[in-house]
Structures are given as C-alpha cells and as structure tokens.
Design a binder for this molecule. Structure first.
Ligand SMILES: Cc1cc2nc3c(=O)[nH]c(=O)nc-3n(C[C@H](O)[C@H](O)[C@H](O)COP(=O)(O)OP(=O)(O)OC[C@H]3O[C@@H](n4cnc5c(N)ncnc54)[C@H](O)[C@@H]3O)c2cc1C
Length: 458
C-alpha cells in the first residue's frame, strides 16, 4: 500500500492534520492509523452500577480512538501561548495564536456554534489575585463541553471518512525510514504501508511507543518533568464569581515555604470528577457538560506541582507513575479525602464523607493522601488551598474533597526543527506525543501547521 501521507494517531493533532490536507490538497492519498476504535464504538465499561471503577481494558476507550484523549474531555480550547504547550517556541507566538483561532473556526462550523468564548482580558480578578500573591494567566477559552465536543468530532469524521483511509483498532508497531527518504509503517501481523510523509501524533497514551521509535531511529529526546497533585471538589457557589465570567481560571501561586509553583488546572464548573487510565494506572481527572441537565452542584479543578529532575535521574514519568501506583495499591484506584481530615492527620472514611456537605461526584475510596503524596507536594497543595481561600472563601473548608492522585505525564520532548520535523525529512512529530503540546488547542494547531508544511513540500 502506498500513500502520500500516513498519519499515526487520530487525536486532535492527527485529525486536524488530516482535515487540513483534505481541504487544501484533496488529491493527496492519506491514511490515518489509530490504535483505538471509531468514535461511536468508544465505550468505557464504567456504568456506575455493574462496573463502578476502571477494569483496565487493553485499549482504554477514554484515551484511545477517533478524537484521542480529548474525545470525552471537557472540550476547553484555551487560545493562549501562556499554557497548554510551547508550540510558539517553534513557530512563533503570532502564528501559534492564528492557528488556534483557525481551529476554533473549524470547530464552530462543525457543531460548536453557539458555545461560549470566555476571556481573562480586562477581568477584575487579575487584581484580586495579585493582591493575594496569586497570578491569573491570560487566555481566551472556548468551552465546547463534553457533549458538543463529541458532536464536533462526529461532524469532522463524517466529512473526512470518504476522502481518506481510516484504520481503526490498528496500532502502528514500527516506523522504518527507507533509504529513498520515504517511510514504511508496520502494523498488524507483518503488514506494512509506505508513505512519502509521515505525521506521528500518538499523544500521551503513545508516549512509551514514541520513546522506542525515537531510540530506534536515533532521534534525540529530553525528559525531565511530571506534574503531581490532587483534584479539588467544592460546592460550585464557592468559585462561581470566577467561573461565571472566566469559566476556567489558570492561577499560579508560589509557595512561601519552598518557593514551588502550584497551579490550578482543568477547571470544571458544575462538573464531575472521573477516573483516567494511563497504561493501566488509574489517576483522576474531571470534566463538565454544556447540557444543563447534566450539570452537578460541584466545581472541580486540579492543583498541580511541577517536578523537574536533574542528572542522573531521567524517568520523570516513572516517578509520577510510582506515586499513582501507591494510591492504586492503597485505594484500589483513586483515593478521596476531606481537607479537614488531611489537616487533622486522619483517614477519611465513608461516614465522614456522608456527614460532609460536599457530595462526591466520583465513587473513590476514602483514604489518606498523606500516605501517598510526598510531604513537599502535600505542603504545596495545602498552602495553595489557603491562598485560594482568600479569593474564594470556602475553598479550604473541612469538607472540601481532595482526590488523588492527579498526575500530568509529559511526553519526552523530541528534538524537532521549526517545521516540527525530525532530522528525517518528511517525518513530523506533533501534538502531545512530541512533548511540544499539552492541550487540545495546541495539539490541533500543530496538526494544521504540519499539514501546511507538507503541502509546501510534497
Ligand atoms: C479526561 C481528559 C480531559 C481533558 N480535558 C482537556 C481540556 O478540556 N482541554 C485541553 O486543552 N486538554 C484537555 N485534555 C488533554 C487533551 O485531550 C490532549 O492534550 C489532546 O488530546 C492531545 O491531542 P493529541 O492528538 O496530541 O493526542 P491524543 O489526543 O492523545 O491522541 C493520540 C491518539 O493516538 C493513538 N495512538 C497512540 N499510539 C498509537 C500507535 N502506536 N498507533 C496508532 N495510534 C496510536 C491513541 O489511541 C490516540 O487516539 C484532557 C485529557 C483527558 C484525558
């Protein structure tokens, strides 16, 4: 089989790359290989009744398949260079923002119209944060919501499916660089497909595989960061003054004790806390719905501390995994603790949760996070909760729920040039799998960008 372009991974990076190629150069023969299933076949078995927690499926329906890790996400497209990745370091700030806006236009024309764009510009909260040693980062946020995000993906697939070959449930095993400058993709039982250009967009779930490919092809990589923390769940009223006008606020705090930076991440007003399975390890995440009927009485967000390692330690993701495994060992999955119990040095149990005022939206195991999280990280999180309590009184209440652990794994950074191309001309690595992006908008923008580069060069 011969293709002009093979795209590996149908997450936002791969989808927007394929979409752009279809729109701008429809004569190209394109194939998309995806380890997971088509969108309609992606079903997590957790139903809250028969299956209450993660059963570690071989292919996680939440992380893999058309739409990638973002398919059932909250669909928050943050249009900013301040967070979500370092794409701007490769392509420039103006171009990066321009492409994020372009992606937003495509989302709007595929079912996203009518959803709200929030912005921190001119917000009075900046001053309030500053007065309390907190920094509110600048961004515009398009909130599609889990339901509309799904509709957008459905519409994109419907438009694309007859113009390219999709191979679902087909993980690529290997990429071979052929002497004539083209690439051979290995999959299935000894099957192959050749292409002139290859775009790799395997996201976080493909990080281990990506590492192996880079090793084999001698592509330089760097790995030194993991973010560790908890997901906080509080009554939505406590944060409503912020979430009503900003939806999501990215707030950074530098702790007095260690001068560590703690940040809020992935805020879900009236949302739910969910399990996430990364390579068999269960961590916590959250999302929310546009549909008013699906809104809950709670808001959740993560508090994360970034850990950077220096020589000789290189396996930052391994460190994060070990901490997550510890919570899985003690709690059989995610652990939940009341902040008041954490402060009093005691385990939370089902009775204390029941007596509390915050109704958990995830059925996690009540436990003791101090047995899981390193002291320094726990101290950082505690300090941040008290700092947030100053701008949103009630955040540090006894009944505030902390779910652990939330780990944000970073892919190792692959050495790429300004075209997001490796030293093998025609082999592009984009999205979260490249280590360059960590968000829907940046991953999608990187996809559009390389499609443009391919069109220029093919
Ligand atoms: C629960 C959840 C909520 C989130 N919420 C948000 C949010 O609101 N806003 C935001 O900006 N970000 C959010 N994110 C992060 C966001 O989803 C990712 O940053 C984004 O999806 C990255 O896109 P990507 O295309 O690089 O990779 P992914 O979306 O991870 O897609 C990669 C795809 O490649 C496939 N793949 C992997 N290896 C192979 C292989 N060897 N062969 C073939 N296919 C392979 C995978 O199956 C996957 O489908 C969330 C993530 C999760 C898990």
């Amino acid at each position: 089989m011969n293709y002009d372009v093979i795209i590996i991974g149908a997450g936002p990076g791969g989808i927007f790359s394929a979409y752009e190629l279809m729109k701008k150069k429809p004569e190209l023969k394109v194939a998309v290989f995806e380890a997971g299933y088509a969108l309609e076949k992606r079903k997590c078995p957790i139903d809250g009744e028969k299956v209450k927690s993660c059963i570690k499926c071989p292919t996680c329906a939440i992380m893999n398949g058309f739409g990638g890790a973002g398919a059932f996400s909250d669909g928050k497209y943050n249009i900013t260079n301040d967070f979500g990745g370092t794409l701007y370091q490769y392509i420039g700030k103006t171009k990066a923002l321009e492409l994020m806006k372009y992606v937003d236009e495509i989302n709007m024309s595929h079912g996203g119209e009518g959803t709200k764009m929030f912005s921190t510009a001119g917000s009075e909260f900046k001053k309030l944060c500053m007065q309390n040693k907190l920094k509110l980062l600048d961004a515009s946020v398009r909130h599609l919501g889990t339901d509309i995000n799904y509709v957008v993906l459905e519409n994109l697939y419907a438009e694309m499916k007859d113009h390219m070959d999709f191979y679902f449930h087909t993980p690529v095993k290997d990429i071979e660089a052929l002497p004539d400058g083209t690439f051979r993709v290995h999959y299935g039982e000894g099957e192959t497909a050749d292409c002139r250009k290859c775009v790799v967009s395997v996201g976080r779930s493909g990080s281990k595989w990506m590492e192996e490919v880079c090793k084999k092809l001698n592509i330089e990589t760097l790995s030194n960061r993991v973010d560790i923390g908890v997901r906080v769940e509080i009554p939505a009223e406590i944060f409503s003054h912020l979430t009503d006008s900003l939806y999501e606020s990215k707030i950074v705090y530098r702790t007095a004790k260690y001068e560590d930076a703690v940040r809020t991440f992935c805020m879900n007003p009236h949302g739910i806390v969910v399990n996430e399975n990364t390579n068999g390890i269960v961590t916590v995440n959250g999302h929310s719905f546009e549909d008013p009927e699906k809104k809950t009485e709670n808001t959740n967000f993560a508090l994360l501390v970034a850990k950077h390692f220096s020589e000789p330690f290189k396996d930052s993701n391994g460190y994060g995994e070990s901490i997550a495994r510890l919570s899985n060992m003690l709690g059989g999955g995610v652990i939940v603790q009341r902040f008041g119990d954490l402060e009093r040095g005691r385990r939370t149990n089902a009775k204390r949760i029941q007596e509390g005022t915050v109704r958990p939206t995830l059925d996690a195991t009540p436990g003791d996070l101090s047995l899981v999280l390193p002291k320094r990280i726990l101290d950082d999180i505690t300090e941040m909760l008290y700092a947030l309590d100053k701008i949103a009184p009630g955040t540090a209440n006894d009944d505030t729920l902390l779910y652990g652990v939330e780990v944000k794994f970073y892919n190792m950074e692959v050495k790429l040039d300004e075209n997001l191309e490796t030293e093998y001309k025609g082999l592009y690595i984009i999205g979260d799998g490249s280590g360059v992006t960590h968000s829907l908008s940046h991953a999608s923008a990187s996809g559009v960008y390389v499609a443009g580069k391919i069109i220029e060069n093919i």
